[in-house]
Design a protein around this ligand. Structure first.
Ligand SMILES: NC(=O)C1=CN([C@@H]2O[C@H](COP(=O)(O)OP(=O)(O)OC[C@H]3O[C@@H](n4cnc5c(N)ncnc54)[C@H](O)[C@@H]3O)[C@@H](O)[C@H]2O)C=CC1
Ligand SMILES: C[N+](C)(C)CC(=O)CC(=O)[O-]
Length: 324
């Protein structure tokens, strides 16, 4: 970074969130619950109303998890301009739409307006930072901090820099997210699609094939995960889960036994064409699966379920030991 960092990651008090939709709003709720002062900016005319509604909807879940000392939704300020939002920020989280040109311009604007030495993270779900940092005067402080929806409940953040990012900025961001209660995976190189999204997209691609081919309904696909592997994945990842499939022989036996099936042609399908038929089938299938529940109902149901899983697997107890 061009200037020495002004605040250590553990001492950050003021965070700016730029872009306040599903993810930016989720970040705002998370940082507020962790006791930060948060300034948000979003150019949409009704952004403040939507943001406060999102925070209000998340607050009961966050309260049941336990708020940091002094945490309050009143510590949110919605700024009139991007420049005002970041003027005093000690960390900036960008969560604008996933459009490369927009991210390039926005990160350059943020870099110009944010105090020197302050790390700026993008929530991008797939662009490499090398491609996004092209217009910034100081690209060295720009990192990816990829969250999972909703950022106020799902702990994981994937952190990685670009070719022009200073390694110190990546390390600073990882320490900051950890101090803010997140679980961090730091990548040394720009893995295409990061780690978790590569895995999720592989599953998603196969699910779309099955809907397109009439092999499974949207409901079958969701049930196959929630009543099947998804239950195990909340406890152990796919690697250790499959090691147990090898019995006492562990992963070695699992590979000897089932390794050859990896060569089956269906295990590496190309992405299906997202034509109107498939699009309509997936949207209609989700409406049917929602069974009259609104998006707000589903968000509340998801949040309750995630909290139950975090609690049942001891993650909340572990978190109590963290600094915030
Ligand atoms: N939706 C998801 O599940 C996840 C999304 N992400 C990433 O988070 C970012 C935001 O995605 P969502 O929140 O889903 O989108 P969204 O559409 O819900 O929100 C985007 C917000 O950005 C605002 N915006 C538009 N132009 C802007 C600009 N020039 N500067 C600042 N804000 C601007 C919009 O008014 C809107 O409120 C994307 O990079 C996406 O890839 C990451 C993880 C999960
Ligand atoms: C759908 N998505 C690719 C934007 C999802 C993510 O990036 C992470 C998540 O929340 O699953």
């Amino acid at each position: 970074m061009n200037a020495p960092e002004t605040t250590s990651p553990e001492n950050v008090r003021r965070v700016a969130c730029v872009g306040a939709g599903v993810i930016g709003g989720g970040w705002v709720a998370h940082f507020l619950a962790r006791g930060y002062d948060v300034t948000a900016w979003d150019p949409a005319p009704d952004a403040e109303r939507k943001l406060r509604r999102l925070v209000d909807a998340a607050w009961p879940a966050l309260t049941s998890l336990g708020l940091a000392e002094g945490a309050s939704a009143d510590r949110l300020t919605v700024a009139d301009t991007l420049e005002q939002a970041v003027a005093d920020a000690e960390f900036v989280q960008e969560s604008a739409p996933e459009k490369l040109g927009l991210k390039q311009d926005l990160l350059a604007r943020l870099d110009a307006a944010t105090p020197p030495g302050v790390v700026i993270a993008s929530s991008t779900s797939g662009y490499p930072m090398t491609d996004m940092q092209t217009s910034a005067a100081d690209p060295s402080r720009l990192v990816v901090g990829h969250p999972f929806n909703p950022p106020y409940l799902i702990p994981l953040v994937e952190v990685v820099g670009g070719e022009h990012t200073d390694a110190a900025a990546v390390a600073w961001a990882a320490r900051f997210y950890e101090a803010a209660g997140k679980s961090v995976i730091t990548m040394d190189n720009e893995v295409p699609g990061f780690i978790a999204n590569r895995l999720q997209e592989a599953l998603w691609r196969e699910a779309l094939h099955m809907v397109a081919n009439g092999e499974a309904t949207v409901r079958d696909i969701d049930l196959s995960i929630t009543e099947g592997p998804g239950l195990r994945w909340a406890v152990m990842g796919p690697m250790l889960t499959f090691a147990l499939a090898g019995g006492e022989g562990g992963m070695a036996h699992m590979l000897d036994h089932f390794g050859p099936s990896l060569k089956s042609p269906w295990t590496r399908l190309e992405a299906p064409e997202l034509d109107k038929e498939l699009y309509d089938a997936v949207v209609a299938g989700c409406d049917e699966a929602a069974d009259g529940r609104s998006i707000a109902d589903l968000v509340a149901e998801r949040d309750r379920g995630v909290i139950d899983v975090l609690r049942a697997t001891g993650r909340l107890d572990r978190e109590k030991g963290s600094s915030r």
